[in-house]
Each structure stands twice: as C-alpha cells, then as structure tokens.
Write a protein of this length. Structure first.
Length: 330
C-alpha cells in the first residue's frame, strides 16, 4: 500500500505539462467558478434535499422517473429569497452566473411585493447516466425576492430580526444542505408575517430550500409528454392541483407555454417557541414549451430547446405561486 502512495518520477512530466489542455482534460471548464461537474453536483444536492424534505414531491418524481427509465428532464428550479441585507436574488444568482448562467428575463408582481429573475443555463450536455439531473439541458434557475422595504414596519422588523448582515453569502450552501442560515422563527412571528405576506412567512421558515422544481414535459418520452395527460393522471390519482385563476392548465397569451402545478403538501412543524402547526412546504410543477411558429417545419427529432417558447408568463407565474397558499383546501 505504501509503495503505491510514494511519489514516482516521470521523465516526460515536464514535456506533458507543456501541452496539457482539452485533450487531457475533456471535462475542463472555462467557467471562473470551477468545473461543470461541480455545478451538476451542486444542483443535484439541491434536488436531493428538496426530495428528502418533501415526500409527496419525491413520490411524483419517482413516478415520472420510473415511467421514463430514469431519464427525467427539468424546465426550471425556483427559489425564494428576501431583498434585504444581501439575502436577495444576488445571493444565489451570483453563484450560477459564475458557472455560465445568463440573465434571461425579469418579472414584477407589485401586489405581492415580489421581483423575479430567471437565468438561462449554459449549454452543457447532461449524460444519461441515471443521475437525478437526467439527460437533458440544465434547468433554468428562477429566483424570486420579497421587496422587504415595501412591507409594513411590523413585517420588516420581523424579517430583519432574523436576517443578520452578511449571512446571505451562505445561500448556495443553505440550499444544498436544506438548513436555515438564520434561527428558526417563532410561531408568533411566522403567523404575524403571514397576514401580510404568505411568501415571506414561507421563506422565513424554509429559507433557501428549493421552492419547487418543474419538469420539462416536452422532453419526456412517455404519456407525460402531453401536459393534458399529466393533468388527467394526477386528477385521477387524487392529487390536489392548483386551480388559482380558474383553471388547472395555465396557458400563456400566445398559447405556447403550458403549465400545471400540484398544490404544496403540508407538514406539521415545530417553531422556535415549541408551538406545533401545519404549514405548506414545497410543490412540483409540469411545463410544456411548444415549438415557435417560425420553426414549425423543423423535423421533430431535430427540435432543440431554442426552437421552443422561452421565458415565463406573468399571469401564469402569478397563479402558480399560489401553490403554497396557506388557505388551500384540505
């Protein structure tokens, strides 16, 4: 054993080091953040934490995976943050942009005091090796932030009491571990904040844990490749679907972006003051992006992501966020 650990002299080491590059390191990355493998590992850790903390979402994920021979694909990962003391969108977006993600677009929801940024993934092929990230492109990253300064003084005081300066620097670590950066809130603070912002109360308790993931329906190969079949299947199985806005199927104005989400499961949790209550957790979504009119003649087996409808839809996103509504019917 020791012999194997000893340093061995290689006469051609100097020569080899002079031309080491993409040939010797095919997975080498030009991202300033590090390797592509590390980016995938971070995303997979975030996903595993989400599935561990949300049994219903895990059941749905396993169902989709089992039907499609473990080849799942994701449209986006969605996070919630607070725009205060460095805890907002930048606390997460800076990490992903270091790894090649670029700004795709923004949405504003004045009534909810929420701003949303979505990021387009770098063009990295994910091998179909059975890992959680599947065999498609990396997911888009969608990050929302609550505009704390627009809330009442009472709500601002609650949030700022927990979120200490500089803590937001640990956002990505918090997402992978599923642990809060700040102290667990009391039931009084949680419920008081929920009166003004259910989003804020949710984020105060769950932190940077993934709020929801969205499957890319258009990249699935079985019957779930049609979002209407997805809707029918989960209705038949007794899952609660998000009907906010009047319909389960959310359709963009141009008819090219179709979304269905399940209502969040509920967990019994214990607050810092020992009070136990049942609150909403995370949820799961399905997204189908149809081919843009200008690419309607492209053969089906040649369709790439850029041929499809991109971005988010303001009205649909507004209603989808209600999947964690505290007042949802049991």
């Amino acid at each position: 054993r020791r012999a194997k650990l000893r340093s061995v002299s290689h006469p051609d080491r100097a020569q080899k080091s002079s031309y080491m590059g993409s040939i010797d390191l095919p997975q080498a990355s030009s991202f300033k953040g590090g390797s592509e493998t590390f980016l995938r590992d971070v995303l997979e850790s975030i996903l595993k934490t989400y599935l561990r903390k949300n049994p219903m979402a895990n059941t749905v994920w396993e169902l989709v995976q089992s039907v499609d021979n473990e080849k799942v694909s994701y449209d986006h990962f969605f996070f919630r943050t607070f725009k205060v003391d460095g805890y907002g969108i930048d606390s997460l977006s800076s990490f992903f942009m270091d790894y090649g993600y670029t700004i795709g677009g923004r949405l504003d929801f004045p009534k909810k005091h929420i701003h949303v940024l979505w990021l387009s993934p770098p063009e990295i092929h994910i091998p179909g090796d059975g890992h959680h990230l599947g065999n498609g492109p990396l997911p888009r990253i969608v990050i929302a932030e609550l505009l704390v300064d627009e809330l009442s003084p009472e709500s601002q005081e609650i949030i700022r009491k927990y979120l200490k300066p500089e803590g937001g620097k640990q956002a990505i670590l918090s997402s992978t571990l599923g642990s809060l950066i700040w102290e667990k809130p009391t039931s009084n603070d949680f419920n008081q904040l929920a009166k003004e912002s259910e989003y804020g109360a949710w984020a105060l308790f769950h932190g940077y844990t993934l709020n929801h993931l969205a499957f890319a329906v258009h990249r699935l190969k079985h019957r779930f490749s049609d979002i209407k079949c997805v809707e029918e299947y989960f209705k038949e199985k007794g899952f609660k679907l998000n009907e906010d806005g009047g319909d389960v199927l959310k359709v963009s104005e141009d008819g090219l972006l179709l979304q269905v989400s399940l209502m969040s499961e509920k967990h019994e949790v214990e607050f810092a003051d020992g009070v136990t209550e049942t609150i909403t957790a995370s949820y799961i979504e399905f997204v189908q992006r149809l081919v843009l009119p200008e690419f309607k003649d492209v053969p089906g087996d040649e369709i790439k992501e850029f041929h499809r409808r991109e971005g988010l839809e303001q009205a649909s996103a507004y209603h989808i966020m209600e999947s964690t509504r505290f007042t949802a019917q049991d």
